[in-house]
Ligand binder design. Structure first.
Ligand code: FES
Length: 320
């Protein structure tokens, strides 16, 4: 593991909503934890070998703890289910300090925040910060049912503090229907900053609805990549600094092939969303599948995420 890590202990595990628990993590060495800003996430390196990213939900400025909320996803590949089944108060965990790919613009005249399901977690951190700053915001929060919606009580308390608007929608309850993202976006002031975190379908609809908005005012947090990882293989990766060539066979990502060859590349989400595995491309054409690079960065082919992206050329030369 090449990234710095920290040890924390689990102060408490609390029920937050159906299939969602909150975990209060304290520094194992005592003292303070590294600071973070609203929208940040930490990576948990679990003893079953998986690494998963979770947004921090406690207010930025707290240095004595990190709090995360974990949804026990029925389709979990071993991350969230493992945490729900195995992690208990008093346990120790290894984490990577906070990183932030979903940065809050604190001086926006108005912020529109849209959350679906467990996507409320980074949004909740942002709402607390905007409220502390006295900024104008509106929240549109959709979940399957009220019982499955995390953080409803603190959201109601926050709304009661000011004049900001909260629109709740429960898809599976009477009157529930998908949020009308096109209407939400078109009603937003032209200089508002718009944020969305939720399931892939919601994010795609959001991206569609915000196409005509200035890109620097549109902010999206993906939990998983939209595209399947490139695993057709059949190309060679040449590692310039290691002076080594590794063949990537069918059914493998570049990351898989490098690990099989005995390397230990930096990685975290392994799903193309965090950017940890980014490598510079010196030669060759990547087949980009990540959610990290912008369209312009993809087109330049100067770097790639090796956990999910493949090659369109027979050889890729990476600066690693
Ligand atoms: S490990 Fe997260 S993008 Fe590759």
């Amino acid at each position: 593991m090449n990234t710095p890590v920290l040890e924390v202990w689990v102060k408490s595990v609390t029920y937050e909503a159906e299939r969602i628990n909150a975990y209060d993590l304290r520094p194992a060495a005592g003292g303070e934890l590294p600071p973070f800003k609203a929208g940040a996430h930490i990576d948990l390196h679990l003893s079953n070998g998986t690494t998963r990213s979770y947004s921090l939900i406690n207010p930025e400025g707290e240095r004595h703890r990190y709090v995360i909320a974990v949804s026990n996803d029925a389709a979990s590949a071993g991350g969230s289910r493992y945490i729900h089944e195995q992690v208990r108060p008093g346990d120790r965990l290894i984490i990577t300090p906070p990183q932030n790919d979903f940065v809050l613009v604190e001086d926006a005249s108005h912020s529109v925040l849209i959350a679906g399901g467990i996507g409320i977690t980074p949004i909740w951190c942002m709402l607390q910060r905007l409220t502390d700053l006295g900024r104008s915001w509106e929240l549109h929060y959709s979940a399957r049912t009220r019982a499955s919606a995390a953080l409803l009580e603190p959201i109601a308390a926050l709304r009661a503090l000011g004049t900001n608007s909260v629109v709740l929608n429960f898809d599976f309850e009477s009157g529930g229907r998908p949020l009308d993202l096109a209407a939400i976006v078109s009603n937003a002031p032209h200089d508002a900053h718009l944020y969305c975190c939720g399931p892939a379908g919601m994010l795609e609809a959001f991206e569609q609805a915000t196409k005509s908005r200035r890109r620097d005012r549109v902010h999206v947090e993906y939990f998983s990549a939209k595209e399947a990882p490139a695993k057709s293989g059949g190309f060679t990766v040449s590692l310039a600094k290691s002076n080594t060539k590794v063949f990537v066979g069918e059914g493998k990502t570049i990351l898989d092939a490098l690990i099989d060859a005995g390397f230990d590349p930096p990685r975290s989400c392994t799903e193309g969303v965090c950017g940890t595995c980014e490598m510079r491309v010196l030669e060759g054409i990547p087949d980009h599948r990540d959610m990290v690079l912008t369209d312009a960065e993809r087109a330049s082919n100067k770097s790639m995420m090796i956990c999910c992206s493949g090659a369109r050329s027979e050889t890729l030369v990476l600066d690693w």
